[in-house]
Design a protein around this ligand. Sequence first.
Ligand code: PSU
Ligand code: MN
Length: 289
Amino acid sequence: MHLLNRALRPAVALETTILVHGVPRPDAPSLAERLAGAVREAGAFPATVGVIAGRPTVGLTDDELRQLLDAVHVEKVNASNLGVVIHRRAHGVTTVSTTIELAALAGVRVMATGGIGGVHRGFASTLDISADLGAIARTPMAVVTSGVKSLLDLRATRELLETLGIPVVGYRTDSFPAFYVRDTDLTLDARFDDPTDLGAYAAAELARTGRGIIIANPCPAEHAMSAEAWEALLVLAQGEATGVRGRDVTPALLAQVHRLSGGATLRANISLAESNAALAGGVARAMVR
Ligand code: PSU
Ligand code: MN
């Protein structure tokens, strides 16, 4: 495995699924640059994760990242199909689950995403629950996220996080956010207002348990949506994305939402992901202190 030799320096892992399956193709290169730039500005090193011709890589070069962004089709890789992609020497873009598995091996302790996966609506019949949750429960990584994607069953997701023993702490918020929606009636285990204090807690908790934690950072206010506006949009999006299953559900719904909102949700998604990358950089710096 090709690893980033920066274990003792503050590093932030970044995923590649958000780039290839989360935003329209023309927006991917600039999003990649904005996320890496936000981490650097916060004084940490961005380590973008992906699989290049079967080689899991933590800290993609610009050229390697371009190969993934330019490829006609790149497999979305979660904990269950990573080994197959390695075996077949294929390219793969990593979700939160595989980004943290690989980055943890390289000694990275913080990752930033937009919104982690969770329990899908209708889970009682589909059992569609993101591999992200199990991965966070078994991987020592502080995952900075704007809560969970509001496509999901938020209440069930929050309960499952509790069941899995994953601490959910908020940064300058009192409730567990829902991606484009800043405030919900879902609770947190704690609120932190100071990144240094948050970093000290995160470092101690990862060392104590060997498992992951979630740091919830709400969508920047200027791009946030009301819960009502979001629900209306989601109903329309679900009507357009019927018959989609498994790994394709999240990308298909995001694409419809971005289209139906005239790009408003895409701008929100980019803004919240950038804000999470910046916070993750600050937390990573505090964790090495
Ligand atoms: N955050 C975003 N957009 C995304 C994702 C996160 O703003 O596309 C990706 C992450 O890679 C996450 C995945 O792990 O969505 C969840 O997919 P699923 O529901 O299939 O587990
Ligand atoms: Mn799924």
